[in-house]
Design a protein around this ligand. Sequence first.
Ligand code: GAL
Length: 521
Amino acid sequence: MSPRPEIAHYDPFSGPPRFNSAARVGVRPGTELIHPIAVTGARPFRYTVAGLPTGISVDEAGVLRGTAPTVAGTHCIDVEVANEKGTVKRVVELVVGDTLALTPPMGWNSWNIHATAVNSQVIIATARAIVETGMRDLGYRYVNIDDYWHATSRAPDGRPRANPDTFPDGIEAVADEVHSLGLSLGLYSDAADRTCAGCYGSYGYERIDAETYAAWGVDLLKYDYCYAPAARSAAVSRYRAMADALAGTDRSIVFSVCEWGIRKPWEWARDAGGNMWRTTPDIFDNFGWTPLGVRFIARRNLRLADHAGPGAWNDPDMLLVGNRGDGRATGVLRTPNQLPGLLAGRRIWSFTGLNDVQVHTHVSLWAMMAAPLLASHDLNASSDFDLALLRNPEILAIDQDPLGAQGRLVGADPKGGLSTVGGIDAGSSVRRRTGRSVGLWQVVKPLADGGFAVSVTNLLRTKRNVTVDLDELAACPHTPEPVAGAYDVVDAWTMESMGDRSIIRASLPGHGTRVWVRRPR
Ligand code: GAL
């Protein structure tokens, strides 16, 4: 048994009000806005909101709703939220323009847990769980239907239609329900004539599909690349065709590019209209260094920090929290369905899942990398530990920081491939001899307020003691210019304040991670 990491079990329904997540939201001119302000604390809340543009109002659940102004520009909305324990104020920036996903999308996706067994009840039950667990108030917003929502064929007029058995009232009815809860709906298609699971794809139908998705109320499209040509130029033009079609609709639809990092999408997907792009093959429920494992995926994604920013995110795939080896897609590796006869869909390997320390490291690294945070387990069966991992406001604030900088390796293991810049001492002679801290990843993520977050991950199985020098890190090339005056250091997972200090000593279990945030006072 791995030791269970020491983390706060934050209760989103008690205490003074606290703002979480996206304080900047992008919306296209003249399109529908459904955006939860995302406040946790004891209910009821009293909202006082000033500076709303005409056409937008706030409902009793704190969701901004309405139609965005038709002219591009930024609207600063002053929001004050009070409950019996206190009052908080914040400016929410509504950025009307062409850029969506100003912070990494957060939500849930059906594939890893349900794979082809997705249906409307699952989606609606998940949306309700997001509200009931307080996840909406922490910033989780998108409920994404992945592959296999389709009928066996398009309608006679070429329009897409949903499977009448699994989505009997169609996608629109599901979207209505999801929207009524203040959440947004994601859908899935493929840039070829078939999806990975064998349903019809969108190639040649981009316009009619985008228009239909918009009419149904879809807010995000994940666009896969099975059965499509290998050349990068073909991928660019196929993604561009769908991005243009989506931009031509009357909805704000976030565009998620999924070609598994094969054609270096970080170099072109932003220009092709993507808001996020998968950087690696599918994640499976293990911590390994193979292309299916958390460590491999993190290592590759960590090298891509230069390419991420508001509106355009590296996507190292979904979160494995709560899957425990049981996800239909993440628990078993099979041969591709495209293979002929008996070779198709054969079980190659079963995964037993991440242990508590490894899953905690996984979430820590995804937040440090400003990754989209898409849970992918049964949200109605989350354990207390799963919820503690997914509902930590300090960790989510790192991921959702409006600067949108992806964390970088600093003073890293040579496997990380980056130069060593001090700031960490592994308590051994290794660093003194080689100039590197072997088996440790130290990641630094600059924050919008002039502070930074730092994480240290122990890649080895054995316990280690580390010393982190925050002053030394503050002098690194990518850290913000130090602000004069005092700082507050917070242990992000325990949410405990550590005062103003520069040296932190910590003990890391094998595969364990610690995360700290230093903010100007
Ligand atoms: C894969 C994709 C997965 C899932 C699956 C559906 O290509 O990477 O995340 O969407 O297709 O068939």
